[in-house]
Design a binder for this molecule. Structure first.
Ligand SMILES: *Cc1c(COP(=O)(O)O)cnc(C)c1O
Length: 397
């Protein structure tokens, strides 16, 4: 009997340079954060609009805590569905141009909830191979026949789809891919869905608040109606700066989720004050488009500076601007090199990304300034050149 032998798997993880450890922040989520008593300039949060520490959102939260207390107290179907939750759902439906919206505890649970409520053994799910882990897990949990198509490849999808005789067919994709920053070809996917009697579901965790004229996300960016894109999921912990997630769609879809989505039914509702915070956040997203404009300008500026410095970024127009490195050791060394210069950028390794595609995941926020982007670029320049030298020396030796 070898027992659980946890030590062996931990050692193996360390040996493969895949070991994860956490840094403790002692400040709010801002471009400058305090880690281990040290100020560092961070380019790795998903707080794209810089709302996580916004004074009006903080004030709304405090006021709501005074009125509604802290805990949700029960699940939504028992006695935990409060007025702030209900109002937020109505505002999310209005904002996304959908008939209704339903709040979930977080994005992971929303994805588990929708996919398991819609699909079972007689059905099939078709997922982009770079979809977020929560979508893949949800597909497996649903028991549906699972197909993964090549990244953003409509031919690959159509081949698999046209051969399927499943009862229900659901195409599932990230709107903006979380580790790549590129955007899914949603109009084509919607056309393929319609042609093959399938439904399209988009996880807009990284598009919501960021894409589209008014920040309504991928659906607005491509002008996709509820009929073309019947299952729209978004998260509130990223550009919204708060916490939670939602699914928006038809009356029947939302009622189906309330009746059948287990991760909706069997969990405590979000703290009502967080829903109030999100209502304020939504209002700021709608009313103040300068954040999106500044962010888009910063993305263009960063890409231009990198180009001039000979730093090759991946092909992305969103605030997710990854730099492909390849092997685990180099990406860790570069991340550590940046950290020594006071800059925090996370090294993303398998199984979060496919083997051999480890990368720096650089993200920009509307709170960053051009001067801070300059600091990042010059630190990248120094660090990358240094480590490229080491790599070359190693490969010669
Ligand atoms: C972050 C993320 C989720 C999970 O959302 P949480 O609210 O953080 O649980 C789901 N899908 C994608 C694409 C994400 O990036």
């Amino acid at each position: 009997m070898r027992g659980f032998n946890l030590k062996e798997s931990l050692t193996e993880r360390r040996y493969s340079e895949l070991y994860r450890s956490r840094k403790v922040l002692s400040s709010a989520q801002e471009p400058e954060v305090c880690i281990d008593g040290r100020q560092v300039l961070a380019f790795c949060s998903n707080d794209y609009l810089g709302l996580a520490n916004h004074p009006e959102i903080i004030a709304a939260t405090k006021q709501a805590v005074n009125q509604f207390g802290v805990g949700g107290g029960a699940s939504h179907l028992i006695s935990g569905h409060s007025q702030p939750h209900h109002q937020l759902e109505e505002e999310l439906a209005e904002f996304t141009g959908r008939s209704r919206a339903l709040l979930f505890a977080n994005g992971y649970m929303a994805n588990l909830g929708v996919i398991t409520a819609l699909l079972s053994k007689t059905d099939a799910v078709f997922q982009d191979r770079l979809n977020h882990a929560s979508l893949l897990d949800a597909g497996l949990l649903s028991g549906a026949r699972f197909y993964r198509y090549l990244h953003r490849d409509c031919d690959s999808l159509e081949k698999k789809l046209s051969r399927s005789s499943a009862r229900r067919k659901l195409i599932v994709t990230d709107g903006v891919f979380s580790m790549d920053g590129d955007i899914a070809p949603l109009p084509k996917l919607a056309a393929i869905a319609s042609k093959n009697d399938a439904w399209l579901m988009v996880d807009d965790a990284h598009g919501f608040g960021v894409l589209g004229e008014a920040g309504r996300g991928s659906a607005e960016h491509f002008q996709l109606s509820q009929q073309e894109l019947p299952v729209l999921m978004g998260t509130l912990g990223k550009a919204c700066g708060t916490y939670g997630a939602f699914v928006a769609g038809s009356e029947e879809l939302i009622e189906t989720l309330i009746q059948f989505a287990r991760p909706y039914i069997y969990t405590t509702s979000l703290p009502p004050a967080i829903a109030e915070a999100t209502r304020t956040s939504l209002r700021l997203i709608k009313q103040e488009d300068w954040r999106r404009n500044h962010l888009q300008n910063l993305v263009a500026y960063f890409r231009q500076c990198c180009n001039q410095a000979g730093i090759k970024l991946m092909n992305s127009t969103t605030p997710i601007q990854p730099l492909m490195v390849g092997n685990n050791r180099s990406v860790l060394a570069i991340s550590q090199g940046l950290y020594q210069q006071g800059i925090l950028v996370s090294a993303i390794r398998p199984p979060t990304v496919p083997e051999g595609t480890s990368r720096l995941r650089i993200t920009l926020s509307a709170r960053h300034t051009r001067e801070q982007v300059d600091r990042l670029v010059s630190a990248l320049e120094k660090t990358i050149i240094h480590h490229m030298d080491i790599n070359e020396r190693e490969s010669v030796a």
